[in-house]
Design a protein around this ligand. Structure first.
Ligand code: SF4
Length: 676
């Protein structure tokens, strides 16, 4: 039997490893790493090695489902699409376009995200379009856009090898971006120095030259403290600050108060280590990496701005192997943002309230683009519960597990007059829908993903769609045409990419022909003869001068009623809401239930033993979960992975939001723990 090997991109984390899907007689038999890929270099983590296991899973949705009297029945595409479009049209006519909310997906391709965004704006007529970046890196998009002009990694994963110092904060890198961690460990073995700041003793901290164990939510105090030492020691880059930045005097004044003694009292890290870390970072060519330990806070945007301040003050930006590098969580969350699947921007981050930007899109699409900023994901749920949002179409996302305050989310979704979920499995969100449409997985369609270092790469069809499923881009076109929208008659993802390129200067030079020849191209790539951009801001910032922002420490404090701080996050064997990884036996065999990690000291004080069932209670909700007693976590802090519907961590997280990015506070929620 002959096998075909189809080169494609991993559907899990934002690292964007490439591998071959081995196909025999229309069946995917395995995954073979790609040795020539610049990021993955022939390696894959446990998720990538299992990426084929869910594609032909028996529980895949194979036909559209319609709910009648509380039960789902299979139906055909024509019936489902006709009913959906008639009901959607009636809702738009009766309540207006802003009564509809669309959720796009970081699992979908760029071409699909573009079309879903176009569907919201050009077919429905609303800017109510968002996706899960709201929950992970919206504070990056906002904070780095204001500081530098673009919300993306400034440098490349492949530059890690040349860094003299690597500073990781708020990223459990070995667990969430294992291949990035392997680059960092290899750079360390070649002589790079490593600083890690995190509330938990995570695996990468064992490689650190300096490990700063900080209390949750004290990131701004730490960064301001590092800047205090750097200024005091005369280690700022004066010529960079004067030529390429503005606002330094203001932060110089602010950080005067953050001397190492004060910062140590807030963060719990020792004064000596704070001083050592500051000097090491400032004296080296330093790359800073962060993830959701920085972004998912009620002051997430300020956390990101503090990090930008640190890099600007030391001139650690605009050169190879330096910079500010947010590690994006899902495979195509960078691309979904680039494609404008956000309520305030079009593709390439052009704002909807910018008339010139709207005109460009209106000319291409032939319809007006709404000017008023739309609702974010969390705001859509609030409006649905209040009754002003009447219909939602959700592509590949599972807010009934991933969003804060799950009881409220379920109530909100259940109040809608029309809920359509497009997915590959019957998720917890799909169970609440009036219609569920079966989508095709990454292995059944063509397109592109953009990874965390802005690298646009091909996704290639290896097998025909499972059952009667359809790629999301075809589903969008079907609904758009049935509600009377023009301009949704595409024959291929390549044709969609050509439209993206016409509208998006940073993608203008990225053609399927170039990607077909095996190139991976990092945006901005303004023309077909441009090689792409491995690191940003060599010749300047798109906003003219980069901006310092004065930011102050604020912190969620525990109380007598809720004396613990809960951090939520991932475990190495599962991804997002577990809707895919929990279908993979090998991963489920590793970890098949949620757990609360609690320090030995707290466990002994409360009479909790390993494996006991405990109650975790917050202002928002309560869950029961097994205890995992650990030496790796500070007393007063607990950790719960977010993947498990049986003990959903987000039942506990409140709907309080960062005022700028509207990101929820997943990383510092006050809770209590009680033995059952
Ligand atoms: Fe896939 Fe990320 Fe693992 Fe690479 S590191 S194989 S992209 S999950």
């Amino acid at each position: 039997m002959n096998s075909d090997f189809v080169l494609t991109t991993c559907p899990f984390c934002g690292t964007g490893c490439n591998f071959y899907l081995e196909v025999e007689d229309g069946e995917i038999k395995g995954v073979v790493p790609c040795k020539t890929h610049p990021v993955s270099r022939g390696k894959l983590c446990v998720l990538g090695r299992s990426a084929h296991k869910f594609v032909q899973h028996p529980e895949r949705l194979k036909n559209p489902l319609v709910k009648k009297n509380g039960r789902f029945f299979e139906t055909d595409w024509n019936t489902a699409l006709k009913e959906i479009s008639e009901r959607l049209k009636k809702i738009i006519e009766k309540y207006g376009p802003d009564s509809v909310g669309i959720i796009s997906s970081a699992k979908c391709t760029n071409e699909e995200n573009y079309l879903i965004m176009k569907f919201a704006r050009a077919a429905v007529g609303t800017n109510n379009i968002d996706h899960c970046a709201r929950l992970c890196h919206s504070s990056t998009v906002e904070g780095l856009r204001q500081a530098f002009g673009a919300g993306a990694m400034t440098n490349s994963i492949t530059e890690i090898d040349q860094a003299e110092c690597i500073f990781i904060t708020g990223s459990n890198t070995t667990s969430q971006h294992p291949l990035v961690a392997s680059w960092i460990i290899s750079a360390k073995q070649k002589g790079a120095r490593l600083i890690v700041a995190d509330p938990r003793s995570i695996p990468i901290s064992r490689y650190a030259d300096i490990y700063l164990r900080i209390k949750p939510g004290t990131n701004i105090a730490l960064i301001n403290g590092l800047l205090h030492v750097i200024i005091k020691e005369g280690l700022i880059d004066r010529s960079f600050i004067s030529e390429r930045t503005q606002g330094f005097q203001e932060i110089e004044e602010t950080v005067k108060r953050y001397d190492p003694d004060y910062v140590s009292s807030i963060t719990g890290a020792s004064k000596e280590l704070i001083e050592k870390a500051a000097i090491l970072y400032a004296r080296s060519r330093s790359m800073l990496f962060y993830a959701m330990g920085i972004t998912q806070h009620i002051n997430g945007t300020d956390n990101v701005k503090a990090i930008a301040n640190l890099s600007l003050a030391t001139g650690n930006i605009g050169k190879p192997a330096t910079g500010v590098n947010p590690l994006r969580g899902q495979n195509n969350v960078q691309g979904a943002c680039d494609m404008g699947a956000l309520p305030d921007v079009l593709t390439g981050y052009r704002r909807v309230d910018d008339e010139d930007a709207r005109r460009v899109f209106e000319k291409e699409w032939g319809v007006p683009v709404p000017e008023k900023k739309g609702l974010t994901l969390v705001e859509m749920m609030n409006e649905a519960e209040k009754g002003s949002l009447k219909a939602m179409i959700i592509f590949g996302e599972n807010p009934a597990i991933s969003d804060p305050d799950i009881s409220h989310v379920k109530k909100a979704l259940s109040s809608l007059e029309l809920l359509v979920v497009v997915d590959i499995f019957l998720t917890e969100t799909a169970e609440l829908a009036h219609f569920v449409l079966p989508a095709s997985s990454f292995a059944e369609k063509d397109g592109t993903f953009t990874n965390t270092d802005r690298r646009v790469q091909r996704v290639r069809k290896a097998i025909d769609p499972v059952g009667n499923s359809m790629p999301d881009w075809k589903i969008v076109c079907e609904i758009a045409e049935r509600i009377g929208a023009k301009g949704f008659n595409y024959s291929s993802p390549k044709q969609i990419m050509d439209e993206i390129r016409r509208l998006t200067p940073s993608y203008a030079g990225i053609t399927y022909e170039r990607l077909e020849s095996g190139e991976t191209i990092q945006w901005p790539c303004p023309s077909e003869d441009h090689p792409g951009t491995p690191f940003l801001y060599k010749d300047g910032f798109p906003i003219g001068k980069a901006r310092f922002f004065s930011v102050e420490h604020t912190q969620i404090k525990p109380s007598d009623k809720y004396p613990f701080i809960l951090i939520t996050g991932r475990c190495p064997f599962h991804f997002h809401t577990g809707s895919i990884t929990r279908k993979i036996e090998r991963l489920e065999n590793e970890v098949n239930e949620g757990y609360v990690e609690i320090s030995r000291r707290d466990a002994e004080r409360l009479g909790i033993k390993e494996g006991d069932t405990v109650e975790v209670i917050s202002e928002t909700g309560k869950i029961e979960i097994k205890a995992y007693v650990s030496e790796e976590i500070e007393p007063g802090v607990i950790f719960i992975p977010m993947h498990f519907k049986e003990s959903p961590a987000n039942m506990l997280v409140s709907r309080k939001l960062d005022p700028f990015s509207k990101i929820p506070n997943f990383k510092a929620c006050a809770v209590n723990v009680k033995r059952k």
